[in-house]
Write a protein that binds this ligand. Sequence first.
Ligand SMILES: *[C@@H]1O[C@H](CO)[C@@H](O)[C@H](O)[C@H]1NC(C)=O
Ligand SMILES: *[C@@H]1O[C@H](CO)[C@@H](O)[C@H](O)[C@H]1NC(C)=O
Length: 369
Amino acid sequence: MMVLIWSSSAMMLRRFCCFSTSASSSFASAPLSSLNKKRRLVFLGSPQVSASVLDALFSASSAPDSLFEVAAIVTQPPSGRDRGRKITPSPVAQRALDKGFPSDLIFTPVKAGEESFLENFKSLEPELCVTAAYGNILPSKVLKIPSLGTVNIHPSLLPLYRGAAPVQRALEDGVKETGVSLAFTVRQLDAGPVISCQRIDVDDQIKAPELLELLFAQGSELLLRELPSIFDGSAKRKAEEQDESKATLAPKITPKESWLSFDQEAITLHNKVRAFAGWPGTRAKVMIVDPQNGQSNTTELKIITTRVYNGAKAQSGDADDVVFNKGSLIFPCGRQTALEVLEVQLPGTKVVNASAFWNGLRGQKLKRI
Ligand SMILES: *[C@@H]1O[C@H](CO)[C@@H](O)[C@H](O)[C@H]1NC(C)=O
Ligand SMILES: *[C@@H]1O[C@H](CO)[C@@H](O)[C@H](O)[C@H]1NC(C)=O
């Protein structure tokens, strides 16, 4: 009897050992982190610049000792579906698919608050949401789901330039310095406590698309550096409330704003050209005059690349005449300033440099309007 009991407990012991052996062998083949469960991160982003943040998250999460996994992706619905055009996924969705991310874990709600999405989102049990230019407002019912909250990469030094077009508005204002902030998301737009930020100097020739790329690259680094503090809760404690009295707004750009008026000073126009490069671009109405017969045409000219003219006044004759000087078109502007235009584009044609454009005029005169 005694022996029997002993042997049965020995059996149990052996089975327990077997179990623990198989567990430790699976542990040996899997990384240490399978013991400490990985944090479930959901990424929300849409345009090309967000895709670069997603890349950074993918490569960090694939490291053997990574603290997190990308559990799902939320992005804007594909564009073009209502106009009979080819349906194109957002750049973030495309990048995720290219990397082999499961398509059933890519969500594209029209609104982040819609019921069917909320159910899916809850069932993912996200611990942290990371947003980077997602492009949709997150309602409270979404924000309260991730247990560690939501953090946003915002390309400005908050509380400056809150809103949809921070990089464009900063360039338009001619700032010499800007940066990127990592902040918790709250109901009020871009107003949450700031975990960390990174400043950068702004070169006076840089255009919005390049600056956006640069800031989101810096923002990705900031995010990866701060993730451990977000996961262990210390980020919540160290994050600083924004000074509301210093807050400024960066409202979205409308196509109407793309027109240039040469009454303005050259520096103002130059900043606008850099700010709206990419979208919606900048345009001016110009007049082309044939000096032989006095006939003239008005045409729209896209102004692509500019510089503030610092040379001597190369001007003679009519105050509205645009002159060609050392590879640039010189447009007279307000307060006796002048804008050098280096690249232009006529409707329906390619971007050309000023020399090619000037040669194409074949002796006709160019006038600003
Ligand atoms: C004005 O436009 C018409 C039609 O595009 C063209 O034939 C004509 O040469 C242009 N005239 C000038 C002065 O550019
Ligand atoms: C301007 O463009 C033309 C035609 O593409 C090219 O031959 C020329 O080298 C360019 N000039 C400058 C200054 O870039």
